[in-house]
Ligand binder design. Structure first.
Ligand SMILES: *[C@@H]1O[C@H](CO)[C@@H](O)[C@H](O)[C@H]1NC(C)=O
Ligand SMILES: *[C@@H]1O[C@H](CO)[C@@H](O)[C@H](O)[C@H]1NC(C)=O
Ligand SMILES: *[C@@H]1O[C@H](CO)[C@@H](O)[C@H](O)[C@H]1NC(C)=O
Ligand SMILES: *[C@@H]1O[C@H](CO)[C@@H](O)[C@H](O)[C@H]1NC(C)=O
Length: 602
C-alpha cells in the first residue's frame, strides 16, 4: 500500500523530465536569435516604412491610411501617428538597446502629432499608442536617473500621452459612460454619434493606461472615466451566470450579442479586472474578477477547451470553434495562480499548432482549421512565457523554440515578417501588425532571457494587454507628484534570482508568480495526442456529412467514434450523437450535452 502510494506521489511531483532540458548555450542562442528576429523586422520598418503606421512587408513600404485600399475595421488602428515605432519603444528598452531607444524617443517627439482628421479605434489607440507612450516615458525617466542617459528628456512623451488622452475623452460622453468604439482625433465625436455599438473588451480595456496617465500627469479625469466604464460593465453582467456578452449598446446599456467566451470581443476585459486590482490595489476589481473567473470555469471551460456559451443560457454552446485570441487565457490563469487548467489549455493549443504549423485564427472543437489566417499574434507566446516563469519547466522553452522556428520558416520575408493568409497554404499577406514588434518578439526574447540578461526587474512591472510595462509602484500613488518610481523597481544590476524560499502563495496575484515548481508534465501527460487522437487521420480525411451517415455502415460508425462522438439510441429508436471528449482528461465530463454538440439523426 505505502510503496504504491509513494510511487503515485512521485509520479505526480517529479522527477522533472530530462527529455525537455535545454542547456544554457542553446538557450542563449535562441535568445539571440529572437533578438535578431526583432531587429530584422524593426529595421525593415524603420528603413522602409517609418513614419508610416505599419510596414507592408511584401511591398516593402509603409502602410498609409487612405493610400492603400481600405481593409475595414483593422485600419482603425492607424492614425498617421507612427503606430509601430510608438508601440515598439519599450521593446527596445527590454532588449537593453539604450541607444536605439533614445533615438526612437527623439523621433517620436519630433515627428508624431495627433491633430489629424482620422477616425481611430479608441481601444487600439489606448492600448497601443497611449500604453506605448506611457511605458516609454516611464523607462526614459528611469534610464535618465539610473543609466545616466537621456539627460535632455523632460517628460515630452507624457505631454504627448496627455494630448492623446484628451482626444479620446469625447468618446466617453455617452448616456451610460461606456465609451464609443471610435473617435475622430481632431473632431471628437462629430458626425460619429450614431455609432451605438461597441465590444466588451473595447470598453473594458482602458483602465490601466488611463489610471497611469492620471497618476503620472495629475489629471484625474482619465482614470475617473475609465473606472466609471468598468463599473457600468460590471452592472451589465448576467445576474445569474456572472458572464458577459460580446457586443453592447453604449446608450441603452443593452446587450447586442450575448455570446460569452474568453476570446475575441471580451478577452482583455477579464484581464483588466485582474490587472486593475494588481496595479491599482482596488479590492473591488479582484472581487469582480473572481466572480467572472468562476463563471468562465463553470460554463465556458470544458476540459482544456474554452467554448462560447450564451450569457443567459450558459449551458448552451453558441459556437463550435475557438479563436486564437483566447490563447492569452492560460497566461492570465498563471497570474491568478490557477496553474493546472493553464497547463491543460496551453497544451491543447500547442498540439493545434503542431498540427497546423501555426495557430489558425480559429479552429473547431475537433481541431480543424476554421479560419486559416495567422497574423503573428503574441498570445500563445505570452502564455508560454508566463507558464515558464511560473513552473521553470524546460518544456516551455522547447515550445518556444518550436514557435520560433515556425516564425522563421513560415513568416520571415526579406523585408520583415509577413502575416500568413492561410496556415494550410502558408501563403503570405502584406501585413505586419505593430503588435509583432511590441509583443510577439518581446515575449519570445523574454522567454529565453535569464533574469540576469535583463536591464529591468520585470517583477516590479505589470504587462498591459499590449505588453507595455507599467510599474506596480503606481498603486501607492494617487497622483503625479507622488508617482515616484520605486528605486528598486528599476535597476541595471542583475536581479537576485528568485528561489522557492521567497516564493509567494500562488493565490496572491503578482506580475511574476513564484517559482513554485509544479512539474506540469503530470498534467500534460493525460492530454498527449489529444489533437491527433481527435482528428481523423489525413490519409482518410473524407468528410462524412450527416445526410450520408448510415447506421449500419461500420466505417461510418468508426469515423464518428474517432471524432470523439458517442452514439446512443433513444427510446423512440432515433440515434443521438454526443460529443464525448472522452479520454482527453479526467476533468472532462464524458458527455457534453450542449445543444450545438448534439445532433439528432432522423
Ligand atoms: C497621413 O500622412 C500622409 C503622409 O505623411 C499624408 O499624406 C496624409 O495627408 C495624412 N493623412 C491625414 C488624414 O492627415
Ligand atoms: C456630450 O454630448 C452631448 C450630446 O451629444 C453634447 O451636447 C455635449 O456637448 C457633449 N459634451 C462634451 C464635453 O463633449
Ligand atoms: C499629489 O500629491 C502631492 C504629495 O503627495 C500633493 O502635494 C499634491 O497636492 C497632489 N496633487 C494633486 C494634483 O492631487
Ligand atoms: C476511452 O478509453 C476507454 C478505456 O481506456 C476505451 O474503452 C474507450 O474506447 C475510449 N474512448 C474513446 C472515445 O477513445
Amino acid at each position: 500500500m505505502w510503496p504504491l502510494l509513494l510511487l503515485g506521489l512521485l509520479a505526480l511531483i517529479g522527477p522533472r523530465p530530462a527529455a525537455f532540458a535545454m542547456d544554457a548555450l542553446e538557450r542563449s542562442q535562441l535568445r539571440e536569435e529572437a533578438r535578431d528576429m526583432f531587429y530584422h523586422a524593426y529595421r525593415a520598418y524603420m528603413e522602409n516604412a517609418y513614419p508610416a503606421d505599419e510596414l507592408m512587408p511584401l511591398s516593402c513600404k509603409g502602410r498609409v491610411r487612405g493610400q492603400e485600399p481600405s481593409r475595414g475595421d483593422i485600419d482603425d488602428s492607424l492614425g498617421n501617428f507612427s503606430l509601430t515605432l510608438v508601440d515598439t519603444l519599450d521593446t527596445l528598452a527590454v532588449l537593453g538597446d539604450f541607444e536605439e531607444f533614445e533615438h526612437g524617443v527623439k523621433l517620436v517627439i519630433r515627428d508624431v502629432t495627433f491633430d489629424t482628421d482620422l477616425v481611430v479605434s479608441v481601444f487600439e489607440t489606448n492600448i497601443r499608442m497611449l500604453g506605448g507612450l506611457l511605458s516609454a516615458h516611464i523607462l526614459a525617466e528611469y534610464f535618465q536617473q539610473r543609466a545616466g542617459i537621456m539627460s535632455w528628456y523632460r517628460g515630452e512623451l507624457l505631454s504627448m500621452a496627455k494630448d492623446l488622452g484628451f482626444r479620446l475623452l469625447p468618446a466617453f460622453n455617452t448616456t451610460t459612460g461606456i465609451p464609443h468604439g471610435r473617435v475622430n482625433l481632431r473632431h471628437g465625436m462629430r458626425s460619429l454619434e450614431n455609432l451605438r455599438e461597441t465590444c466588451t473588451a473595447c470598453a473594458g480595456t482602458m483602465v490601466l493606461e488611463m489610471a497611469a496617465l492620471s497618476r503620472l500627469s495629475g489629471e484625474p479625469v482619465f482614470e475617473e472615466k475609465a473606472h466609471r466604464a468598468m463599473d457600468v460593465l460590471w452592472q451589465m453582467r448576467h445576474r445569474s451566470s456572472d458572464l458577459m456578452g460580446t457586443v453592447l449598446n453604449i446608450h441603452s446599456g443593452d446587450w447586442v450579442r450575448r455570446d460569452s467566451g474568453v476570446g475575441a470581443g471580451i478577452d482583455s476585459y477579464y484581464e483588466y479586472c485582474l490587472k486593475a486590482y494588481i496595479l491599482l490595489g482596488e479590492e473591488k476589481y479582484l472581487g469582480r474578477f473572481n466572480r467572472h473567473y468562476d463563471a468562465v470555469m463553470k460554463y465556458i471551460s470544458q476540459g482544456p477547451l474554452l467554448l462560447d456559451v450564451l450569457m443567459h443560457r450558459p449551458h448552451t454552446n453558441s459556437r463550435n470553434f475557438m479563436d486564437a485570441l483566447l490563447a492569452f487565457w492560460p497566461g492570465l490563469q498563471v497570474l491568478k495562480g490557477d496553474i493546472r487548467p493553464a497547463v491543460e489549455t496551453h497544451e491543447m493549443l500547442y498540439q493545434v499548432i503542431q498540427r497546423h504549423n501555426l495557430l489558425p485564427e480559429a479552429f473547431t472543437t475537433d481541431f480543424q482549421v476554421h479560419w486559416g489566417q495567422h497574423p503573428l499574434r503574441p498570445e500563445f507566446l505570452e502564455s508560454t512565457y508566463f507558464l515558464y516563469r511560473a513552473t521553470q519547466d524546460p518544456y516551455y522553452l522547447q515550445v518556444g523554440k518550436h514557435a520560433l522556428q515556425a516564425l522563421q520558416k513560415y513568416a520571415r520575408v526579406p523585408c520583415g515578417y509577413a502575416a500568413v493568409k492561410d496556415v494550410r497554404t502558408a501563403a503570405h499577406e502584406d501585413r505586419m501588425d505593430s503588435f509583432v514588434l511590441a509583443e510577439t518578439f518581446k515575449y519570445l526574447f523574454l522567454l529565453f532571457a535569464e533574469p540576469a540578461d535583463l536591464v529591468l526587474d520585470l517583477d516590479e512591472f505589470i504587462f498591459t494587454t499590449e505588453a507595455h510595462l507599467l510599474p506596480l509602484s503606481l498603486s501607492t500613488s494617487g497622483n503625479a507628484s507622488a508617482a515616484q518610481l520605486n528605486p528598486s523597481a528599476l535597476k541595471v544590476a542583475p536581479p537576485i534570482e528568485p528561489t522557492a524560499q521567497n516564493g509567494h502563495d500562488l493565490d496572491e496575484p503578482r506580475t511574476c508568480p513564484s517559482t513554485l515548481h509544479l512539474f506540469p508534465e503530470s498534467v500534460r501527460r493525460p492530454l498527449k495526442n489529444m489533437v491527433n487522437g481527435m482528428c481523423p487521420r489525413r490519409s482518410h480525411r473524407r468528410k462524412l456529412h450527416a445526410v450520408q451517415f448510415q447506421v449500419g455502415n461500420p466505417e461510418h460508425m468508426k469515423a464518428v467514434r474517432d471524432m470523439g462522438i458517442a452514439i446512443i439510441t433513444l427510446p423512440d429508436g432515433r440515434l443521438q450523437l454526443l460529443h464525448t471528449f472522452a479520454n482527453v482528461s479526467e476533468r472532462i465530463p464524458v458527455l457534453v450535452p450542449s445543444q450545438t454538440n448534439r445532433i439528432i439523426l432522423p
